[in-house]
Design a protein around this ligand. Structure first.
Ligand SMILES: O=C(O)CCC(=O)C(=O)O
Ligand SMILES: [Fe+2]
Length: 276
């Protein structure tokens, strides 16, 4: 089973076999379709690794302060933990948990999405507690909760005013090679969470994303950064409501190990954590 052979105190250990039980499904009829299973990796010949040993934060990690309350922890997530995260998401992708992220209002995006913790839909926000098939979203793996809290603590050592947070929502976006996400603010969380500026924490895995952000909707005025595999972007406090978009995904920028040894497709995965 997934990750059960990898368990060290210093790194992530996954044991989610009992995290989601189909028997919990409610008998509700939903009009929305459930998407077909798909795969983040090329084929089953790639086996869950048990030999890579590197804990997060990786020794290579550096940081960049971008704005008050906004920081990029570069190469923060170790390759080992990135692989664990990929295989965790792969499990849910294969079980058909990802949906196309369609916006009824015409806003453009090209991603597949699933949620841990609480369901979120681009058209209804967090109103729908259940997934489109009536089931509850799986809980956020506790290893990811720990990783996110550690990243926020490390960021707080640099940005003194950054509030703490306990993630209870994780939105996973899967960007194909031509994927992108329209300009938006993350503002569907509770008014208390927004008022306190509780940080949004986003982990990037796979291909590099061109990420634009700023305090305006005017495209020309947005700043640009590149989010590489293992980077953790945090925006809270005064930057909690920044506008942001993923403009494009660059091909052949994934760490070679993820692609050649573990079969990750030339795509991008982002996991965005928030406290409702
Ligand atoms: O993919 C990313 O890096 C950003 C995702 C995002 O902005 C969101 O899900 O709200
Ligand atoms: Fe966002």
């Amino acid at each position: 089973m997934l990750f059960e052979s990898i368990c060290r105190s210093s790194c992530l250990c996954w044991s989610l076999g009992d995290a989601f039980d189909v028997r919990l499904r409610r008998h509700i009829t939903f009009a929305k379709r459930v998407d077909k299973p798909f795969s983040l990796i090329y084929s089953d010949k790639y086996k869950v690794p048990n030999s890579v040993c590197e804990s997060t934060p990786s020794k290579l990690s550096t940081y960049r302060i971008l704005e008050p309350g906004m920081i990029l922890l570069e190469k923060y997530v170790s390759i080992k933990d990135q692989i664990d995260i990929i295989y965790e998401c792969e499990k849910w992708a294969k079980s058909g948990f990802f949906n196309h992220c369609d916006h009824q209002n015409g806003a453009k995006c090209k991603v597949m999405n699933m949620c841990f913790g609480r369901n979120w839909d681009p058209n209804t926000g967090y109103k729908e507690r259940y997934r489109s098939d009536g089931s509850e979203p799986p809980p956020i793996p506790y290893e990811l909760v720990s990783l996110v809290k550690a990243a926020v603590q490390d960021a707080q050592a640099i940005l003194k005013d950054l509030p703490s947070m306990h993630p209870d929502i994780c939105s996973v976006n899967y960007y194909p090679a031509n994927g992108f996400l329209h300009l938006h603010q993350d503002r569907d969380e509770s008014s208390d969470s927004l008022r306190r500026g509780l940080p949004v924490v986003s982990i990037s895995i796979g291909e590099c994303a061109t990420f634009l952000y700023g305090d305006t909707r005017i495209n020309k005025k947005l700043k640009r950064i590149f989010l590489y595999s293992g980077d953790v972007l945090i925006f809270g406090g005064k930057s909690r409501l920044i506008y942001h978009r993923v403009k494009q995904i660059s091909q052949y920028t994934s760490p070679v190990q993820l692609v050649t040894e573990f079969g990750l497709r030339n795509d991008r995965l982002s996991l965005t954590f928030r406290q409702f």
